[in-house]
Structures are given as structure tokens and as C-alpha cells.
Write a new protein. Structure first.
Ligand code: OFO
Length: 169
């Protein structure tokens, strides 16, 4: 069972996670148009991870005996001025999601909902990684510059990214 406010915000979070996937797929499309297939692959994998996050919230709501209600997704940003601009967008979005997770945790604590607190602690830890990986990518691009051969080496490195859901999920 979930309190009314927590249920509403968790349903909202299902939307935000699938919206994140939608945004990152738009970033993949941008990088494909720039012939940076490794960057595109990185964001396709990121989109897959976001769908996993969305499904994790979806399953939790259902397991708590409540009703999942899906909402519409916002239009993604499709145009970016540069690689730095595109990755900065992703980093800002991750910071926004972190604030959302903290807000959910505050509500779960107010309601003393221990299963939700446990779920959200997983997401608190996950957001540390999400922000760190996007921040690291941004710093690498800023350091090597957008036009040299370094960017193609980084593109090759990003092409190796894979996503394996944690065991048991
Ligand atoms: Fe990128 O962590 Fe979910 O949204």
C-alpha cells in the first residue's frame, strides 16, 4: 500500500524515467546525424537503462498493490549546438532526476513507507553514478576538444558500452 501523494509522485516518476529514455534516444539521433556512432550508441544504451528504471518504478507500484497510470511524454530536444552542448543537456537532466528522487525519498520518509525508502535508496545511489558518468564524459570532451582525432578515439571507446540489468531483475 502507498499513500496518495507517494503513489501520485511514483506514477509521475514512471513518466520521467521513460521521458529520460525518449530524450536520450533523441541525443542518439543527433549523434548519428553527426556521424559519431559511438556517442550515439552510448546514448542508446543510456535510453535502455532509463527504460529499466521506468520499469523498476512500474513494477514497484504494482507489487505494492496499487494502480500504475501512464502519462504522456514531453517533446525531446532534438537540436544541439555542439557535443558539449548535447552532453551538458544530459548532465542537467540527470541533476533534475536526482532532485526528483530526493523529493520522492522525502515523501516516502514522511509516510514511513519502508519498502519505498528501500527502493529509493537504490535510486539515490544510482543517481550518484549517473551524474558522475555524464560529468566525466563532459570533461573528457572539453579536454580533448571537438575537432581533433581525440574525439574519434573517444567515439570508439563509447561504442563499447553495454548495459546488463543487476542480477535478479
Ligand atoms: Fe538517468 O537515471 Fe533514470 O532517469
Amino acid at each position: 500500500m502507498l499513500g496518495e501523494r507517494l503513489l501520485e509522485e511514483l506514477n509521475e516518476q514512471v513518466k520521467f524515467e521513460y521521458e529520460s529514455a525518449h530524450y536520450y534516444l533523441a541525443l542518439a539521433a543527433y549523434f548519428k546525424a553527426e556521424d559519431l556512432e559511438g556517442f550515439a550508441h552510448f546514448f542508446e544504451v543510456q535510453a535502455e537503462e532509463e527504460r529499466f528504471h521506468g520499469q523498476k518504478f512500474f513494477n514497484f507500484i504494482d507489487e505494492m498493490g496499487e494502480r500504475v497510470v501512464l502519462k504522456g511524454l514531453g517533446d525531446p530536444e532534438n537540436d544541439f549546438d555542439s557535443i558539449v552542448d548535447a552532453i551538458s543537456f544530459a548532465l542537467d537532466h540527470e541533476k533534475f532526476i536526482t532532485k526528483r528522487i530526493y523529493k520522492l525519498m522525502d515523501i516516502a520518509r514522511e509516510e514511513s513507507n519502508y519498502p519505498a525508502i528501500s527502493l529509493l535508496q537504490w535510486f539515490v545511489d544510482e543517481q550518484v553514478e549517473e551524474e558522475a558518468s555524464m560529468d566525466a564524459l563532459l570533461k573528457k570532451v572539453e579536454r580533448i576538444g571537438e575537432n581533433g582525432t581525440g574525439i574519434y578515439m573517444l567515439d570508439n571507446e563509447l561504442a563499447q558500452r553495454t548495459f546488463t540489468p543487476p542480477a535478479g531483475e
